[in-house]
Design a binder for this molecule. Sequence first.
Ligand SMILES: Nc1ncnc2c1ncn2[C@@H]1O[C@H](COP(=O)(O)OP(=O)(O)OP(=O)(O)O)[C@@H](O)[C@H]1O
Ligand SMILES: N[C@@H](CCO)C(=O)O
Length: 319
Amino acid sequence: MAVYTDVSDGELTRFVADYDLGAVLACKGIAEGVENSNYLIQTERASFILTLYEKRVKEADLPFFLGLMEHLAARGFSCPTPIKARDGGVLRRLCGRPAVLISFLEGLWPRTVEPFHCAGVGDALARFHLAGADFPMRRANDLSLPGWHRLVDATRARADEVAPGLARELATELAALEAAWPRDLPTGVCHADLFPDNVFFRDEAVSGVIDFYFACTEALAYDLAICLNAWCFDDEARFNPVKATALVQAYQARRPLSEAERRALPILARGSALRFLLTRLYDWLNQQPGALVRPKDPREYLQKLRFHRTVRHAEDYGL
Ligand SMILES: Nc1ncnc2c1ncn2[C@@H]1O[C@H](COP(=O)(O)OP(=O)(O)OP(=O)(O)O)[C@@H](O)[C@H]1O
Ligand SMILES: N[C@@H](CCO)C(=O)O
């Protein structure tokens, strides 16, 4: 997360007074992340995360995200849950933005990813998919092909500032993905942003998952492809087959992939690399002055995308 919207002490006190949580003892902006504004709030009762939803999150989607957290937590999947105000509602407004308080999750996200983390996340992703199987709400993935088209258009004029020839490369890639994209894989509720900073560990085991604000109804194997990108490369964006094997084996121990899903992995990984390349590129070119946020480097995902283009079969990943 990040801090785009400043909340004054008075506004915070009035906001928290609507809950049965006692007085606010401390409040601190969280610099991590890039999407929403987040504060760590300590009240007389406990610690909470206050989230103010910013640019990419549509208010109409919030019941899906908040409902999903409640659904998963009710099935024993460890994740934050939205806190009810005295009137029973969870979604409120603060500083002109939709805002919620969610429970604080203990644990630390891994700054250095080891193969055991990849096994943990593979297992957690499969549990997420299984626990979400009977979630009744649906939400289309707005960062799939049509969304990528919009981002390619929005970044075309200045993409070459980030890497020479990038605008042309993105247009060619998008056309290739459009032609090859699999459209009949098993779908379900996906996290769609399961990066290391969204998975907390305690004593080498996953203690919980956060950040459900890209969750959507999507091909389940696409979620695994996102994790391959986010967890299975080193700091120089070189692919690590040991981590990939740990991730995919742990996933398959709970939810085996079909042959069609396995075959689709290279193209899904390409699409997911393009998705993060495009959102990072857009943010890089449209930085908000004064916001407490560190934009992420789009070039990391350009390298990953180029690697996936060399892959023909899941076996080429060492899987
Ligand atoms: N429920 C929670 N319990 C404990 N810490 C949390 C919780 N939610 C968020 N955080 C803290 O806030 C940070 C950012 O959260 P989050 O990843 O949800 O933000 P974001 O802006 O949506 O970021 P991004 O999409 O870039 O990952 C986390 O790394 C963690 O430090
Ligand atoms: N996890 C994303 C940020 C949120 O979409 C990234 O690393 O680009």
